[in-house]
Every structure is written in structure tokens, then in C-alpha cells.
Design a binder for this molecule. Structure first.
Ligand SMILES: Nc1ncnc2c1ncn2[C@@H]1O[C@H](COP(=O)(O)OP(=O)(O)OP(=O)(O)O)[C@@H](O)[C@H]1O
Ligand SMILES: [Mg+2]
Length: 321
């Protein structure tokens, strides 16, 4: 079964691209077949995957505007990395060209249908706005993963985002779910960050991933080398966090499929069914991340369901790598 996840938040700089690139790499390291779609004209995910955005000859623009097949447009920076539909500033023109097209919000969805079974996961790195590109992602996606930086205005933009997802659910994509809210760039020494994290849990409960991504300088360095964190430093706290997140997502999905198999008539929506069982298994059990990821220490996955991440996130290593 394949899963298409849009990684979105119209707020800029919250960790969408970092999450897209490194979650893709973490899933690849778990032997999953992954396609990463760079849907942002900034081309940061493209660069982060080691593909020079200034030399993109084919990519998501060709798929959306010219109808090129995903198979023809995808590329890989290296063996053992994910497939990429690359982007650069040309994609800004796609926004304009799409406006005159029929079924303009369906273009990505239509393009992905013939290939979706070739991948276990298709991740879409969205631009920092709720524009036609993001809408294409929401129409194609099974779920939306929302990176949230735990700071003062974090909650403010969330309602607009969730309303947009709700609008898409009510119109073109009734099955779209919230995959989860992911706390990023977390620094446990920052009192405000801790408070916002607790507020997120209070408001969104089980929809918040247990995994917390710490502020980690290795995550910020990796893109300048065109490498994911798995290639750049797979023992860093950033790498462990994204491995834990990949494990959390894979386990949720496995449980949802299991539940659906056992009780087809009473199958719950994936996000609800999975997150409920996720919470039940957790409290105090940091080893859950290890079972899916032998290489992960599980430290990045908060064992607390109260919203206050554990002490290991607070040490100076999270800053120095
Ligand atoms: N956990 C982290 N620790 C340290 N630095 C991080 C972390 N996550 C992201 N960054 C850095 O923060 C900056 C913004 O991250 P990123 O580009 O992933 O955000 P974004 O939401 O994709 O931004 P945009 O909205 O512009 O597309 C980048 O310089 C990135 O390297
Ligand atoms: Mg980005």
C-alpha cells in the first residue's frame, strides 16, 4: 500500500523541507521505496537531495504543465537515495500556467495515479503558502504532515491550514487525513518552546507526533553538502529524530492496515485509529522507536504524553550536533 503525504505549513521556515528530505532518507534506510516531490519554486528540497536546481532539465514543472510522466521526470542524486521530482524557480511560472488549465487542482493527482503503487511513500514538500501548488498537493495526498516550530505564533497559522485541509476534504478529497503535527527545532531550554509544545498537545492531542525534532546543527549543515542527514551524519540527534519519525509513521500505518483487515466494517480513519493505539503503547517506553529502527536510540521520541519532551533533548549536543 502506498501513502502520499503532503508536508505543509504556509508559515515559512518551520522545517518543511528539512522534514521532507530527511524523512524520505530515513524511510529509504528502512528499505521503503520513496518518491520526494519538490513542489516549491525555491528548490530547496532539490538542492538538499544533491541535485543542482540551476541544472534541472526535467522535474515537477514538466509533469504539471507539459504532462510528462512521473517516470520520465524523476531522477536520483545517488544510489540508495529517494527518487526526486526536482523543482526550481520555473515552477513560479507553473502557478500562472495552471490557472488557465482544466482541472488545475487535479494535475498532480492525475500524474501520480499511474505510479503510486511503485512507491511505498510519496512525500510532497509544499511551498510556504496556500496556493494552487499546495492545493494540488492536498488533492493528491492521503494525508498532511504539518511541521510546527514551537514559538509564539506557531498556533496562529495552524487554523487557516487546517481549514484549508477541511475545505479540500469537503470538496475534492474526502479521504484526506492529518498525518500529524511535528514539533521541529525544539530546544528544551527555551521556556516558550516548552509551553507551546504543551499547548499543541492540549489542542491537538493524539494528532501531535510523539517524535520531537530537536534543534540540531547537523540538520542545518547537511543541505549545504547536498546530503540528507542519513548520509551526512547518521548518528546525530537529527538523524535519530527522523528515524524515529519514520518508525512512528510506519508503525501507525501497519496498525491501521491490521485494524482494517480485522474489522473491515468498523475501520476507523487512519489518523484516529493509529494515534489512539500509538498513545496506549507509549508512556515511559522509549524502546518503541528501536523496534522499528534498530539504529535509532529512540531518544527523539518523547515518551511523555503530556507534551513535555524528555530531558535528553535539552543537552548542549542538540545545539552542537
Ligand atoms: N531541527 C533543526 N535544527 C536546526 N536547524 C534546522 C532544523 N530544521 C530546520 N532547520 C533550518 O531552519 C531553516 C528552515 O528550515 P526549512 O528550510 O526546512 O524550512 P521550510 O519550512 O521548508 O522553509 P520554507 O517555508 O522557506 O520552505 C533551514 O536553514 C534549516 O536548515
Ligand atoms: Mg521549504
Amino acid at each position: 500500500m502506498s501513502r502520499i503525504i503532503a508536508i505543509a505549513n504556509q508559515k515559512g521556515g518551520v522545517g518543511k523541507t528539512t522534514t521532507s528530505v530527511n524523512l524520505s532518507a530515513a524511510l529509504v534506510s528502512m528499505n521503503k521505496r520513496v518518491l520526494l516531490i519538490d513542489l516549491d519554486p525555491q528548490g530547496n528540497a532539490t538542492m538538499g537531495c544533491g541535485i543542482d536546481k540551476h541544472e534541472v532539465e526535467k522535474g515537477i514543472f514538466d509533469v504539471l504543465v507539459d504532462g510528462m510522466s512521473v517516470n520520465d521526470a524523476q531522477q536520483k542524486a545517488a544510489e540508495n537515495t529517494c527518487a526526486v521530482l526536482a523543482a526550481n524557480s520555473d515552477l513560479t511560472a507553473a502557478e500562472v500556467e495552471l490557472m488557465d488549465m482544466d482541472e488545475r487542482e487535479q494535475r498532480l493527482n492525475n500524474a501520480l495515479q499511474p505510479v503510486r503503487q511503485d512507491f511505498d511513500f510519496i512525500l510532497i514538500d509544499c511551498p510556504p503558502s496556500l496556493n494552487i501548488l499546495t492545493l494540488n498537493a492536498f488533492v493528491a495526498a492521503d494525508s498532511v504532515l504539518v511541521p510546527v516550530q514551537c514559538e509564539y505564533y506557531a498556533l496562529e497559522g495552524l487554523s487557516a491550514l487546517l481549514e484549508t485541509v477541511e475545505g479540500v476534504r469537503e470538496s475534492v478529497n474526502p479521504d484526506i487525513k492529518i498525518e500529524g503535527l511535528l514539533r521541529t527545532m525544539y530546544d528544551g531550554r527555551n521556556k516558550l518552546g516548552v509551553e507551546v509544545s504543551a499547548q499543541l498537545i492540549e489542542h491537538f492531542g493524539d494528532q501531535v507526533f510523539r517524535t520531537v525534532v530537536p534543534r540540531n546543527v547537523r540538520l542545518a549543515e547537511a543541505p549545504s553538502h547536498g546530503l540528507s542527514i542519513m548520509e551526512y551524519d547518521n548518528t546525530s540527534r537529527g538523524a535519530l529524530a527522523y528515524l524515529a519519525l519514520a518508525g512512528e509513521i510506519v508503525r501507525k500505518l501497519a496498525r491501521a492496515v491490521h485494524t482494517a483487515d480485522e474489522q473491515p466494517a468498523a475501520a476507523e480513519p487512519i489518523s484516529e485509529a493509529a494515534s489512539q493505539s500509538e498513545r496506549k503503547e507509549t508512556t515511559g517506553d522509549v524502546t518503541t522507536a528501536e523496534s522499528a529502527n534498530p539504529s535509532s536510540s529512540g531518544v527523539a521520541e518523547s515518551p511523555s504524553s503530556t507534551g513535555t519532551p524528555e530531558q535528553p533533548l535539552n543537552d548542549t549536543e542538540s545545539v552542537n550536533g
